[in-house]
Design a protein around this ligand. Structure first.
Ligand SMILES: Nc1nc2c(ncn2[C@@H]2O[C@H](COP(=O)(O)OP(=O)(O)OP(=O)(O)O)[C@@H](O)[C@H]2O)c(=O)[nH]1
Ligand SMILES: [Mg+2]
Length: 640
């Protein structure tokens, strides 16, 4: 296909503004597939095709960026190939957006017609402008009754202005769409009118019209081969598959190439097969030309950011820098008494191999071996794993546990930096929308955490809602979501995004409550929970297996207590009628993986196994914990 009939488009937006729904519609309406064929592939919370991962479907969010390609027959009768790249909108997966923008020649900036630009809209737009990609703005969810398209367009304009966009970018084309209902128009007068379109043709046409075909500099056919690897996948049959865009020349199956890595070292390798994207899959082709996106089999070693070049003139493409991680966690080998009962992979070697594998494709992740065997580590090896947020690391842990790994992880810590001799911490932009009556509880929570108010307005078009923007230390965000949802009966909506590093703002409160620690190992008994009814809330329920040192509940006071939750009533020969069943057991508080990670303190760990997520004290024995706290006290008093 001639280059001027090719478009490479990335779809970017804040979380949930409808990127994947829109990508799905473009697939449905390309005319390339039968509807029934695609219907079979859809699934998950939002019934989407492009969200293929198990966790993506369960949570209803996109986690990794994905490619697909559609053929489109335009109104003027020509055939085009459009490579679409769907990206995740959650701030924790921002690294994915950065990773794939290098493939695109333009972006569709999707903005919710009611919510308007949100923190992640700013982040992705900034990255796109950094790559000199001009946005086509898609005002999506225009079907919503409270849509306020005009305001939202103004807000996008202001946002572009604040990002110092060029005049060209400020003059952005707008398409109004309802991805959910499957239609789009570039004429606002048609929204809700009798002649409202019934398809997304206007969006296809806008892509052809406003998104440039690969330019000569970005796709020179006469130049020597240059391909930038932006994704990696793996197949058991063919090994590593490198995906990326060709910037110069042609790539042929069977061709000899030089792969230039990050360090600038070249290795001579041979390509086995070349694939072009077609629909949801890939098709083997004899060659792919500059400008197009392709997948290559046969290269190893190969990494994201490497250049595949021609052996005669091996020139590396500039490396794309990815923002640094802001949060880290210690991953330890599971040393609990239940270790190895459920997992297939439990040794430090297996955990490390898995982490190394992850590093190849998860570009915003870092992992390193840490000093092993320190006090309280349980004696096992440890790895310091850094990511862009709690969900980024949480998704990795969840994936590993489903694959059969067992681990224990420590409290998530924000990564501090020393700049000009001063300690700096990551500061995030926090946006909260909530009903006016909840405003005070929200303010109380964030001001405790050293937040500063940036803006506070009634939310446009949303009755008695308020829109608040803060800057807040990333430290203060850990555990904030749960607390805010409790304080507002689940009515607050909050989003955050990294802004910059600033000098450290001072202490943020720790967990206020103490915990209940199990003194014994065994099965949890209703009788025991009944006896402890007034002491707090339990995370375990009758019948669960627990071990000594496990955190089984939250104490109603601020100190930790140990309790025997496995105690059973002494059986006598005489059964009192009915009284055995009269135990009072409150429903257990379910602590999922991310909730547990937010909950624990420095002296605690979260144990992650295929069957369970448990919290424990690092030191399982009460005597060890006492000794440790005495030591800490002595140190404190000595001012060390
Ligand atoms: N009313 C309305 N809802 C929509 C529209 N487009 C998407 N949605 C809904 O918005 C929700 C999120 O849609 P997604 O397509 O998953 O959003 P996304 O931008 O891909 O989200 P992430 O990938 O997680 O960032 C789903 O419940 C969709 O059904 C629309 O045009 N109108
Ligand atoms: Mg999505």
């Amino acid at each position: 296909m001639a280059q001027n009939h090719l478009r490479n488009v990335a779809i970017i937006a804040h979380v949930d503004h409808g990127k994947t729904t829109l990508t799905d519609q473009l697939l449905y309406q390309s005319g390339q597939f039968r509807t029934a064929e695609l219907d079979k592939l859809a699934g998950g919370q939002h019934n989407l095709i492009m969200d293929t991962g198990d966790l993506e479907r369960e949570r209803g969010i996109t986690i990794t960026a994905k490619n697909c390609a559609v053929n489109y027959h335009s109104l003027d009768g020509a055939d085009y190939k459009i490579n679409l790249i769907d990206t995740p909108g959650h701030a924790d997966f921002g690294g994915e957006v950065e990773r794939v923008l290098k493939m695109a020649d333009g972006v569709l900036l999707v903005v919710d017609a009611f919510e308007g630009p949100m923190p992640q809209t700013r982040f992705v737009l900034e990255k796109a402008l950094g790559h000199k990609l001009k946005p086509v703005v898609v005002i999506n969810k225009i079907d919503k009754p409270n849509a306020r398209a005009d305001d939202v367009i103004n807000e996008v304009f202001d946002l572009l202005g604040s990002l110092d966009a060029s005049d060209d970018a400020l003059d952005f084309p707008v398409v109004y769409a309802s991805a959910k209902e499957g239609w789009a128009t570039d004429d606002f007068a048609k929204v809700g009118a009798d002649d409202q379109p019934t398809d997304v043709r206007a969006l296809f046409e806008a892509i052809l019209k406003y998104i440039p075909a690969p330019t000569k500099e970005q796709a020179d056919l006469a130049a020597p081969l240059q391909m930038m690897v932006t994704s990696l996948s793996y197949s058991d049959y063919v090994g590593r598959i490198a995906i990326g865009r060709i910037y110069g020349g042609r790539l042929k199956g069977g061709q000899r190439v030089t792969v230039i890595n990050r360090a600038g070292e070249g290795s001579q390798q041979k390509i086995q097969q070349v694939f072009a994207f077609e629909g949801l899959g890939k098709k083997e082709v004899p060659e792919v030309e500059a400008g197009d996106i392709c997948a290559v089999v046969g290269l190893d070693p190969i990494d994201i950011g490497d250049t595949v070049a021609c052996p005669d003139q091996p020139n590396a493409l500039p490396h794309v820098a990815i923002d640094e991680p802001t949060l880290n966690m210690m991953f330890c080998v599971n040393t609990s008494p239940f270790a190895g009962k459920e997992g297939k992979f439990v040794t430090s070697r297996q955990v490390w191999d898995r982490l190394e594998k992850e590093l190849h494709s998860n570009v915003a992740l870092r992992a390193e071996r840490a000093e092993g065997g320190g006090a309280g580590s349980g004696g096992g090896d440890q790895f310091l794993v850094s990511g862009r947020g709690l969900m980024h690391l949480g998704v990795l842990l969840e994936t590993m546990r489903r694959e059969g790994y067992e681990l224990a992880v420590g409290k998530p810590e924000v990564i501090l930096k020393r700049i000009d001799g001063k300690v700096h911490e990551p500061i995030e932009q926090l946006v909260v929308d909530c009903p006016a009556e909840c405003q005070n509880s929200v303010m109380a929570l964030v001001s405790d955490r050293r937040a500063e108010v940036v803006r506070m307005d009634p939310k446009a078009g949303a009755g008695d809602y308020v829109h608040m923007e803060f800057t807040i230390p990333a430290r203060g965000l850990i555990g904030l979501r749960t607390r805010m949802l409790t304080a507002t009966q689940g009515r607050a909506i909050l989003h955050h995004n990294l802004l910059r590093y600033e000098p450290i703002r001072g202490a943020v409160p720790k967990r206020a409550a103490g915990v209940i620690i199990s003194s014994e190992s065994g099965q949890v008994m209703p009788y025991a929970l009944d006896a402890l009814y007034d002491r707090g809330i339990f995370f375990c329920k009758p019948g669960d297996q627990v071990y000594a040192g496990q955190v089984v509940g939250e104490h109603c006071k601020d100190n930790d207590i140990i309790a025997n939750v496995t105690r059973n009533k002494k059986h006598s020969n005489v059964r009192a009628s009915g009284s055995d069943d009269a135990t009072k057991v409150r429903p257990a508080r379910e602590m999922g993986l991310e909730a547990s990670l937010e909950y624990i303190q420095e002296d605690e760990l979260v144990e992650v196994t295929p069957g369970a997520v448990r919290m424990r004290k690092r030191l399982l024995l009460e005597s060890d914990r006492k000794r440790e706290s005495r030591k800490a006290k002595v140190k404190d008093e000595a001012g060390v």
